[in-house]
Ligand binder design. Structure first.
Ligand code: ADP
Ligand code: MG
Length: 620
């Protein structure tokens, strides 16, 4: 080849400030981009091999090497994939890679919203220039008789190309980091980033610090590798040999140390993550271990769903239902999104329904249009289908559990109900599928659906009404009647408790009267029951301390006596609380254990609660 020198066809002056601004928090994605390019190059060669077009040596092992050099502030990415000829470098690097970057900028430069998906989806090869002033490529194509190429570019504006000296197939990219990015040549920092993006990449990745003391990197045979691993796990025991009398036999220890084989280098990643396996081939312990490793959550997950779909789109993944964080009563989930085992980002709301982000999981969807030049994800019908599919699968799992193993469902309910309720609030289809499987804990700690609660309440009141009644009165109004036609009075009243301690007085009163109530102590419950009243219409929720005095009023007291007491107390309360317009109502209650109670109408109290809730969560 002839030496070449040229200008890259982009205008870098306005590109860099924009890239730096937008990708500021995600500078580290160049690791992902360069490693996944290596992985792509290997995948391509694997395909050619399968098709019989490429003949590779028997002992060929595909691998990617990442080498940091903290002293020289360089990073190397080496793969033994397909490599590039000089023509391919011209086409794919000089033209495509850079035009990709230009497309990216044209598309996003007018967007001011920083929370755009930018930064989650890469700039490809060009991202190297976010952290490096100088980038070189040394590459040798897999094709017979190929000549190696050395390419380099300063700051991504001009390039030179000349014959290189690479003698093994593949591509080696070297980044000479700029001063702001020296951190990436730090061994621990680099490893952290690679683990974030590449933990599950399908090609083995080996990581090395070029400045670290050279460990003999002897390639071990397969069987040696196994013994080596066995030895590793027994290390502590073997090293301290003890003789029959209980003395440490130093000779033995020394002998052992001498015998020790050099450590076989281990890849930094797991090339077959659990989601790529068939659910039948995965044990419960493996699911739990994966959960611990990926989410660093040492509380066991409650249960999980393994998604495995080939048609009409390709999607695999595992969704875990975590235990509620009891301290804050919150679920803090993470859904990691992958494309062909390459990490894209956590919690991308365009792809994953918001309420599902309360779960923990990994979803791999290679069909996702993550390429920046494609239409924005938000308006993508395909992306929407994916999101709907996931949400449907979750509803199926939960409803199936209710139907087949209600006991378990009840056991998990306290942990999963905030999630389900949030789902109902956010996603109509999810609510439609789940609405008959919402249960509530009552004063006795039993779990009831609303119809079950109402039925029991009616049976109870029938009991007390006719003292001797043995069978509950026949219900003829609830089921058959169209709920939306129900008049206010006909609605079934559902009493509920929001704080068992504060409302204990009322709870006692209710218990004495044999009236049941439901425990709804989570923040999400207020908006949830409001929605329930709107969508189901047959129910009216009343907090246990709402203005329910009618149910407890004792008849037969003289109006005058009550009025006198009323006026007296009104005056006292108005003065003390300094509220001129305060209304006080005096009446005698049936229940002699209660001396006084404060009530607040359901409507005004719920308004207050909702406001609080919205302020806290910024919900809409
Ligand atoms: P993309 O990967 O989306 O195609 P990139 O900018 O990352 O975009 O890369 C541009 C092109 O350069 C790739 O499509 C590929 O043809 C070529 N390329 C980049 N890195 C390598 C590599 N390590 N080995 C072989 N070809 C590569
Ligand atoms: Mg790429």
């Amino acid at each position: 080849m002839k030496n070449e020198h040229g200008s890259l066809s982009i205008n870098s002056e306005n590109i860099f400030p924009i890239i730096k601004k937008w990708l500021y928090s995600d500078h580290d994605i160049f690791f992902r981009e360069l490693i996944s390019n290596g992985s792509d190059a290997i995948t391509k060669l694997k395909k050619l091999e399968l098709m019989g077009e490429a003949n590779l040596p028997e002992d060929n092992k595909y691998r990617i090497d990442v080498i940091v050099n903290p002293e020289e502030k360089t990073l190397k990415f080496i793969d033994n994939g397909i490599g590039m000829t000089a023509d391919e470098v011209k086409e794919y690097i000089n033209q495509i890679a850079f035009s990709g970057a230009t497309d990216f900028l044209n598309k996003y430069k007018d967007k001011t919203n920083e929370e755009q998906i930018i930064g989650h989806f890469g700039l490809g090869f060009y991202s190297a220039f976010m952290v490096a002033d100088r980038v070189t490529i040394d590459t040798l194509s897999w094709q017979e008789g190929a000549e190696s190429v050395h390419w380099e570019s300063e700051a991504g504006t001009e390039f030179t190309m000349e014959p290189g000296d690479k003698t093994v197939r593949g591509t080696e990219i070297t980044l000479y980091l700029n001063e702001d990015s020296y951190e990436f040549s730090n061994e621990y920092r680099a490893k952290e980033v690679i683990e974030k993006y590449c933990s599950f990449m399908p090609v083995e990745i080996y990581f090395k610090n070029a400045n670290a003391k050279e460990e003999p990197e002897a390639e071990l045979e397969e069987d040696e590798l196994e013994t080596q691993e066995a030895e590793d796990s027994n290390e502590d025991i073997i090293d301290a040999s003890v003789d029959e009398d209980g003395n440490v036999t130093e000779g033995a220890v020394e002998a052992k140390t001498e015998e020790k084989k050099p450590k076989a280098p281990k890849p930094i990643n797991n090339t077959t993550p659990l989601w790529t396996k068939h659910p039948n081939d995965v044990t419960e312990e493996e699911y739990k271990e994966f959960y611990r490793n990926v989410f660093h959550d040492y509380k066991e997950p409650l249960f999980w769903i393994h998604l495995n779909m080939d048609y009409p789109f390709n999607l695999k993944g595992i969704l875990y239902f975590p235990k509620l964080n009891t301290e804050y009563d919150t679920l803090e989930g993470t859904i990691k999104l992958y494309s062909n085992q390459v990490f894209i980002a956590d919690n991308i709301k365009e792809v994953i329904p918001e309420f599902l982000m309360l779960l923990k999981g990994a979803i791999d969807c290679p069909d996702l249009p993550l390429n920046v030049s494609r239409s924005a994800l938000q308006n993508d019908g395909f992306v929407k289908k994916i999101s709907e599919y996931i949400s449907k699968k979750v509803a199926d799992k939960l409803s199936g559990m209710y139907k087949v193993e209600r006991e378990n469902y009840e056991k998990f309910w306290d942990d999963i109900s905030p999630f389900i309720k949030f789902g109902c609030l956010k996603d109509d289809k999810f609510r439609e599928k789940m609405k008959d499987f919402i249960i509530f804990k009552n004063l006795d700690g039993k779990y009831l659906t609303l119809p079950e609660y109402v039925k029991a309440a009616k049976a109870d009141s029938a009991d007390t009404a006719s003292e001797t009644a043995e069978e509950p009165k026949k219900e003829d109004n609830t089921a058959s009647e169209d709920a939306s036609d129900k008049k206010e009075e006909q609605k079934d009243v559902v009493y509920y408790v929001t704080n068992e301690q504060q409302q204990s007085q009322y709870i006692n009163m209710f218990k004495q009267e044999g009236i049941d109530a439901l425990i709804l102590t989570h923040n999400i419950d207020q908006p949830f029951i409001t929605q329930l009243e709107q969508t189901e219409q047959g129910y009216k929720f009343q907090r246990i301390d709402a203005d329910i005095t009618d149910s407890f009023k004792e008849e037969g007291h003289s109006e005058e006596a009550l009025k006198a007491e009323n006026d007296k107390l009104t005056e006292l309360f108005r003065k003390t609380l300094n509220k001129e317009k305060l209304e006080v109502k005096v009446l005698k209650l049936k229940n002699d254990k209660v001396s006084s109670m404060i009530t607040l109408s359901e409507e005004s109290r719920r308004m207050q609660d909702m406001m609080k809730m919205y302020n806290m969560y910024g919900m809409d």
